[in-house]
Design a protein around this ligand. Structure first.
Ligand code: TPP
Length: 332
């Protein structure tokens, strides 16, 4: 494949459309959260959509993925159902986890989204194990592990990546470095001058890094890594710089509380992955104004219908409270 073939293969309109879907959904959740009907904590990804949209378009429907607490956009980008995700956040029985998981525990095996959990780093060994099962079954699937920068501060991350390298597992680790773990910047968590991708490269894994707000960069980087994984070259770790706009958990903005500067947020907002990419595609005549308008309308309708579905769905029946719930304990 020549460089120009590769350029031509970038699904530019899909990248834009997908980012619009993710943005509209997250922002509508933020807008409607105060209504009090979404009764679980929400960790929104507004500002970080470039990574999810691009990785989702690189992965195939048959590939597998896991994520953490900030999972909405990963789930949707992997092909998850917007109505069923919203129903989950509303605690309804039609939710993707039947109303028992909430925002942080999304799962949909029909699209290969094998789960998300609030335990930081908790799904890294799960995704690595998925890679082992793929290898044992001999398919050309890839297991994708979405993680935040704080995950590389968990011991299980290193054990898992070491195992993946040792066994050449088909795993893509996607690190969205948004600079913060809740209110703690990287500067109080890592020594000066340390780059996450450099530290992880020490484990012998192929790495790449760069601008997570440039969806084409994320797409081509991950495309190259995933092609290599499918060709049997073993796992890869990619780190993308990005920024969460809203508070760590919840629908509000919290720059005023002092853990980060308003100016830093505004600088990242200038580099909004969605509006900058839309401008770029318009300028380069990849899309027209009319097409953008049509996309906006389609997305608004999709989000509206997803909320209507979630609102209209019933809560799980009380007698199903113990269904699909597993616990370990002494047999009675
Ligand atoms: C094992 C564990 N330690 C601490 C927490 C509390 N906690 C929840 S989210 C979070 C920060 C995670 O940061 P990162 O992984 O970078 O993702 P981000 O929230 O920035 O998207 C922490 C420390 C937790 N849930 N699990």
């Amino acid at each position: 494949m020549t460089a120009s073939d590769c350029q031509a293969a970038i699904p530019r309109r899909d990248l834009l459309l997908q980012m619009k879907r993710l943005r509209a959904l997250e922002e509508t959740i933020a807008e409607r959260y105060p209504e009090g009907r979404m009764r679980c904590p929400v960790h929104l990804s507004t500002g970080q959509e470039g990574v999810s949209a691009a990785v989702g378009l690189v992965l195939r429907p048959t590939d597998l993925a896991v994520s953490g607490h900030r999972a909405h956009t990963h789930y949707l980008a992997k092909g998850g159902s917007m109505p069923r995700m919203l129903a989950e956040i509303y605690g309804k029985g039609t939710g993707c986890s039947r109303g028992k998981g909430g925002s942080m525990h999304l799962i949909d095996e029909s699209v290969g989204f094998k789960g998300s959990t609030a335990i930081v780093g908790g799904t890294v060994p799960v995704g690595t194990g998925l890679g082992l099962s793929i290898k044992n079954r001999g398919t050309d699937q890839v297991a994708c592990v979405f993680l935040g920068d704080a995950v590389v501060e968990e011991g299980v991350f290193f054990e898992s990546v070491n195992f993946a390298v040792l066994h050449r597992l088909p795993v893509l680790y996607v690190c969205e470095n948004n600079l913060f773990s809740v209110y703690s910047p990287l500067s109080v968590r890592q020594p000066p001058g340390r780059a996450i991708h450099e530290m992880v490269a020490g484990l012998g894994i192929r790495t790449a890094h760069g601008d997570g707000n440039d969806p084409e960069f994320v797409y081509t980087t991950c495309r190259g890594m995933v092609d290599g994984i499918r060709a049997g070259h073993g796992p890869a770790f990619v780190e993308f710089a990005t920024y969460r706009w809203r508070e760590h958990c919840g629908p509000h903005f919290d720059n005023h509380i002092g853990y980060r500067e308003e100016a830093e947020y505004l600088a990242w907002k200038e580099r909004d992955p969605l509006t900058t990419y839309e401008r770029r595609l318009l300028t380069n005549n990849v899309v027209t104004d009319d097409e953008v308008t049509a996309m906006n309308e389609a997305v608004a309708t999709e989000v509206h219908e997803a909320f209507a579905f979630a609102e209209a769905s019933p809560f799980p029946a009380p007698e199903t409270a113990s269904d699909d719930v597993f616990s370990r304990g002494a047999a009675s």
